[in-house]
Ligand binder design. Structure first.
Ligand code: HEC
Length: 89
């Protein structure tokens, strides 16, 4: 519960316009304690970016994450990487 509260707080204090892609479109699946997808909080930005680019290119095969990553620009991914890597610290 503490982790969820911290996540909600982190999301609410971030200025909405700091990046184009909204992390709330990810946290439906990637929330703390979710059985369906790994928790992204605290994932190092370089690993996050590499994973997103692998889903995009097909090097890492997952239909859901391919669909999620395709519309994202490099700047979107960088913003999301910064967001999620800073969570849970
Ligand atoms: C419909 C559910 C769903 C949504 C929405 C979703 N994901 Fe995922 N994501 C998954 C699943 C399932 C996996 C695990 C796939 C695998 O095994 O490779 C995953 C894996 C990942 C990974 C790799 C994690 C790791 O530990 O290697 C990253 C990074 C990621 N997602 C980022 C995102 C981002 C960013 C968004 C929003 C733009 C997003 N996801 C939206 C279901 C989702």
């Amino acid at each position: 519960m503490k982790k969820i509260a911290a996540l909600a707080l982190a999301l609410s204090v971030l200025p909405a316009a700091s990046f184009a892609a909204d992390p709330s479109m990810c946290t439906g699946c990637h929330r703390a304690g979710s059985p369906t997808a790994p928790d992204l909080a605290g994932m190092p930005a370089d690993q996050f970016t590499a994973a997103m680019n692998e889903y995009k290119s097909g090097a890492r095969s997952n239909p859901t994450m391919k669909a999620m990553s395709m519309p994202l620009s490099d700047a979107d991914i960088a913003g999301l990487a910064a967001h999620f890597s800073a969570l849970g610290k």
